[in-house]
Design a protein around this ligand. Structure first.
Ligand SMILES: [Zn+2]
Length: 327
């Protein structure tokens, strides 16, 4: 699992934790932990598997941190734990989990060993059709004391055949108060507007909000809006502005900022609540029709695909800036 994940149960996951550990071992072989990005499902899974493997496991207690199993996990060499993900070198959005990795699980699942074995597969959305089919076989005939945990942001993106064989646990049931409390505790210097902004942009997911608070683009939104306005009113210099932003932010940060602002312009048009309450979007939104805003939106999605195909980001930004200008 990612190294920066600290195994733990967040306050909003306590009920699920109590349910899981209370029922264990009377659980299905396949568990699905799902929830929006930034709900802490990875940390929860890590904590749960440590508990399952811990030699001193008791209902509702914590993994002891001292037994052989807990020490193995700490050194990332546990013989009864397998973590499956997309290839390290392939972090693209559409990266898939290869079928070989799922096939290779079979001996691990079928061997006879003392104690429990745990497999974590994440993100489960990255299973392609053939690896999902291979996993189905494993889910149908697991050995004794095997737990297979799948992690997903959106469980509807999983094949129905897989979903139906898993017990589902939502880890993103967070009240507004809980999310706000968590942010106040960890980022005590935020004012109310900043807090609201971060929660809006993160779908109320506290860990995602914490990450966004560090994002470089957050403090560049107004500046980008000013440049955007220049493109619209002066109708020249798209290349200069594209070059500037190509240097200022990496493309994925730029695309994220752009997408949030664009979504808000659409919200203004539709009289819906915006996510960036600290910005004035009314002037810019008046320059475009709703229809045109949607075409920009689909152009942005297209440009993300171009970047994944290794098109140079300056060329992609040139095209986007020209598009913004041609109203
Ligand atoms: Zn232990």
């Amino acid at each position: 699992m990612q190294n920066d994940v600290v195994a733990q149960v967040y306050p909003w996951q306590q009920i699920v934790w109590d349910t899981l550990t209370g029922r264990f071992p009377k659980l299905g072989h396949g568990l699905l932990f799902y929830g929006k990005k930034g709900c802490g499902k990875e940390a929860f899974a890590q904590y749960f598997l440590a508990w399952v493997l811990c030699a001193n496991r008791h209902a509702n207690n914590a993994p002891c941190g001292e037994c052989g199993s807990c020490l193995w996990l700490k050194s990332d060499t546990h013989p009864n734990y397998v973590h499956i993900s997309t290839d390290e070198e392939n972090k693209k959005q559409n990266a898939k989990i290869k079928i070989e990795k799922i096939r290779d699980l079979l001996p691990f699942v079928q061997q006879t060993v003392d104690g429990w074995r745990v497999i974590v597969i994440e993100p489960a959305e990255a299973l392609n059709m053939s690896s999902a089919n291979a996993l189905l076989k494993t889910l149908e005939e697991p050995g004794d004391r095997v737990v297979i945990i799948l992690l997903a942001d959106h469980y509807l993106k999983l094949p129905a055949t897989i979903r139906s064989r898993l017990q589902h646990f939502a880890l993103d049931r967070i009240s507004e108060a809980q999310a706000g409390e968590y942010l106040s505790e960890h980022l005590p210097n935020l004012d109310q507007t900043q807090k609201q902004l971060l929660l809006n942009l993160s779908n109320q997911m506290p860990l995602q909000a914490m990450q966004l608070a560090q994002a470089e683009w957050l403090n560049k939104r107004q500046e980008f809006l000013n440049d955007w306005q220049k493109l619209v009113t002066q109708k020249n210099m798209p290349m200069a502005i594209a070059t500037k932003w190509n240097k200022a932010l990496n493309f994925s940060d730029f695309a994220q900022m752009f997408e949030y602002l664009l979504s808000d312009l659409i919200c203004v048009k539709l009289n819906q609540q915006v996510k960036n309450p600290d910005l004035d979007l009314s002037v810019l939104s008046e320059q475009y029709t709703l229809e045109f805003l949607f075409t920009i939106y689909s152009d942005l999605q297209q440009s993300k695909r171009f970047i994944e195909q290794n098109v140079q980001s300056n060329l992609v930004l040139d095209q986007l800036c020209i598009k913004l200008m041609n109203i």
